[in-house]
Design a protein around this ligand. Structure first.
Ligand SMILES: Cc1cc2nc3c(=O)[nH]c(=O)nc-3n(C[C@H](O)[C@H](O)[C@H](O)COP(=O)(O)O)c2cc1C
Length: 380
């Protein structure tokens, strides 16, 4: 039974081939930042206040210029369609049923066009800046055509870190399915059947370009090699000029970069360390957030991700200055465990936990929580 995110994680581990479970679950090098992203939430306690009428609680949250019924959305995670058949569509449908949005990763099986055809709720797009400008322009064009209003540009992955679990499993050098791997897949029959039914996976955004080869593994490896390793602030200015919609920088962890982002005229930042998958030894995001929030005040919107597994984590991030939160692994575990229903289960669980946590803190809305801000918490 899936009662919380950890249950979903365990179910995902049983269902997925290890090479994919470890890819989702793991972090860079010693995984210290991955662990800190979780552990540091415990450095804050929630202030319990009583005797306010909290019989109804309003989770409506304003971020990215819109009212959302919940304080979170589904963040960009690559290859959703490899954790469950048609995974991007499943995740988007579950999100939309709850009235929230999904940000589609550049590295997705479904293209934006396909996703737009099969779903009707809010979609954002996450862009990796490519050294080949023509590909970048094409991705932006796909986003425009799908009616995307918000572009998340990920800025913490110009170079890719080492995830040792992936090295051990041979994930990093994977360009085709070897017989040994096929055998391992066969040991996960539910997942294998699901994949077979979904058909041959490709990287949807570039599947029509023959120079990327065929099949998701080959295409992803070609696409990764085109990520611009020289990415700099100049490229952000350039993007600002090329993209008329809302522009969000994802992967800010230092106060100085937050201030530069503001000067560059972006609409928001995501305080993120890529879920502990890039700079191991970096601060956890919940530790980095207060300093960035203090530097920016109300002058630039802050979103947050990293280690969110509980409703209380979301409440803490909002109290410390985030206007909204992105889920990462939390919903992916649900997806891998039980497809669309699994994602829906995680969304429902986190919503309920946020609502109860608010109520038990003596708060009846997210607005009230944001007004109370840091006074809603105490350092442990
Ligand atoms: C398997 C996996 C794939 C990811 N792929 C992307 C991606 O394609 N683009 C991106 O901007 N972030 C990507 N991320 C990072 C997430 O957007 C997010 O920052 C991170 O997962 C948040 O941490 P959490 O998973 O602990 O909540 C990925 C994360 C995971 C776990």
């Amino acid at each position: 039974m899936i009662v919380n995110v950890e249950d979903a994680r365990r179910a995902a581990r049983r269902r997925l081939p290890r090479i994919f479970f470890d890819y989702v679950d793991g972090g860079a090098f010693a995984e210290e930042t991955l662990a800190a992203n979780r552990a540091d939430f415990a450095r804050w306690t929630l202030v319990q206040r009583v005797l306010n009428d909290v019989s109804t609680r309003d989770l409506t949250t304003r971020f990215l210029g819109t009212d959302h019924p919940l304080p979170f959305m589904l963040g960009p995670v690559g290859f959703l369609g490899l954790y469950a058949g048609h995974g991007e569509v499943a995740a988007a449908k579950a999100a939309h049923a709850a009235g929230i949005g999904l940000c589609l990763s550049t590295f997705s099986i479904a293209s934006l066009g396909q996703l737009r055809q099969e779903t009707s709720g809010p979609l954002a797009f996450q862009l990796y800046v490519m050294s080949d400008r023509a590909i970048g322009d094409e991705l932006l064009e796909q986003a425009r055509a799908a009616g995307v209003e918000t572009l998340f540009v990920t800025v913490d992955t110009a170079i890719t870190s080492v995830r040792e679990r992936d090295v051990r499993n041979g994930f990093r050098s994977l360009t085709r399915i070897t017989p040994a791997l096929a055998l391992k897949f066969a040991m996960r029959p539910l997942w294998s059947l699901d994949m077979l039914r979904a058909g041959r996976p490709e990287v949807g955004a570039i599947a029509h370009r023959p120079e990327f080869g065929r099949g998701v593994l080959e295409q992803a490896s070609h696409l990764s090699r085109r990520i611009d390793t020289r990415l700099s602030w100049k490229d952000i200015d350039d993007l600002r000029a090329r993209w008329g919609g809302r522009l969000v920088l994802k992967g800010i962890l230092a106060r100085e970069d937050a201030l530069t982002a503001r000067a560059a005229g972006v609409d928001a930042i995501v305080v993120s360390n890529h879920g502990g998958r890039q700079l191991d030894g970096a601060a956890s995001t919940i530790a980095a957030l207060p300093d960035i929030a203090e530097a920016l005040g109300d002058s630039l919107e802050i979103l947050f991700d990293g280690g969110i597994r509980r409703g209380a984590d979301i409440v803490k991030a909002l109290a410390l200055g985030a206007s909204g939160v992105l889920l990462g692994r939390a919903y992916v575990y649900g997806l891998a465990a039980a497809g669309e229903a699994g994602v829906a289960r995680i969304i429902a669980h986190l919503s309920e936990e946020v609502s109860l946590t608010l109520g038990l803190m003596g708060l009846s809305s997210i607005d009230e929580l944001k007004r109370r801000g840091r006074a809603a918490l105490r350092p442990r």
